[in-house]
Unconditional design. Structure first.
Length: 305
């Protein structure tokens, strides 16, 4: 286990470094100049040149990359060009809301998908299965941002039940529902198909022949085996929530890392863009490592891998 953990941590380090290098290069070859955005259209060429020199943007890109990697090794990711705040302080202040949004969304996804997936498998091709699967297909077909806008119009503007923006409390409900419905639809269909396959397995047939209760069969045999693919896709989905939820965070004014990333891209704030993406990479790697460890806890067959 320890050798496996060390190997995965080394992979995580390599992934983070490669991501940092790729993001550093891409943001600098993208159109736009952060100093011109910061100083405005009325700035003279001399002022722009002084600004670029102050932030080291006048150096060759490989020199800039070397300086950045050496500082990043000491957890110094520079300062925001537009706000003058250290990047680590600015980004870490947004971690809590993003993690809260992601965790609550995943929990709601699991609460919806696993029971309904098992129910659809048990009553395959019956009305409950057809209605639930049809609803999942509709939820999966709706664009996230469109669904979010519709929920705002209904529950915030028309009914006045929930706030349309904010960073805590009831403001969490609408973005969570917006993100959870499509993810739950994917997991529901996956859980249904996996449960149907497990129910046909010989060991389940044997358990039924021995007279075990259906609840015991589901708990001991079906759930432990059918949930493994859901865990796999759950790790990927959590990564999607950290990166892909940026649009939803902007729609609902949720003060997370994604919203900060979009604003920083718009203002060409290179250090903050790099800090946001590196943090997202680290969080995704950690989540996938935890999922792999969960495999070993749930299914002994993975412990020898």
């Amino acid at each position: 286990m320890w050798s496996y953990l060390a190997h995965r941590l080394f992979q995580a380090l390599v992934t983070t470094v490669v991501t940092a290098i790729a993001v550093f290069i891409m943001v600098r070859i993208a159109p736009g100049d952060p100093i011109e955005v910061l100083l405005g259209d009325m700035a003279s060429a001399e002022e722009i040149a002084r600004g670029r020199e102050a932030y080291g943007l006048d150096q060759p890109i490989l020199v800039q990359l070397g300086i950045y990697l050496m500082k990043a090794a000491t957890l110094d990711f520079g300062r925001s060009i537009t706000q003058g705040i250290p990047v680590h302080e600015l980004v870490l202040s947004r971690v809590g809301p993003s993690v809260l949004l992601g965790i609550v969304t995943i929990l709601l996804t699991i609460i919806i998908a696993i029971p309904l997936g098992i129910l659809c498998a048990l009553y395959r091709d019956r009305p409950v299965d057809k209605v639930t699967s049809g609803g999942a297909f509709v939820a999966l077909s709706l664009p996230d941002f469109w669904l979010g806008i519709v929920l705002i119009l209904i529950f915030a503007r028309q009914l006045h039940w929930l706030p349309s923006s904010g960073g805590s409390g009831l403001a969490l409900i609408l973005p969570v529902v917006t993100l959870a419905l499509p993810l739950a639809a994917v997991n529901l269909r996956l859980m249904r198909n996996e449960t149907i396959g497990v129910l046909k397995a010989p060991y389940v047939t044997l358990a039924r022949a021995r007279g075990l209760k259906l609840s015991d069969i589901l708990k001991r045999h079906v759930l432990r085996n059918a949930v493994i693919p859901v865990l796999t896709i759950g790790g990927v989905q959590f990564g999607h929530l950290l990166g892909g939820a940026a649009v939803i965070e902007s729609v609902f004014g949720w003060p997370g890392v994604g919203q900060l990333l979009i604003r920083s891209i718009a203002t060409r704030d290179y250090p903050v863009v790099q800090g946001c993406i590196i943090l997202m990479t680290v969080m995704v790697v950690v989540v996938n490592l935890l999922v792999d460890l969960a495999y070993r806890f749930i299914d002994p067959r993975f412990r020898s891998g």
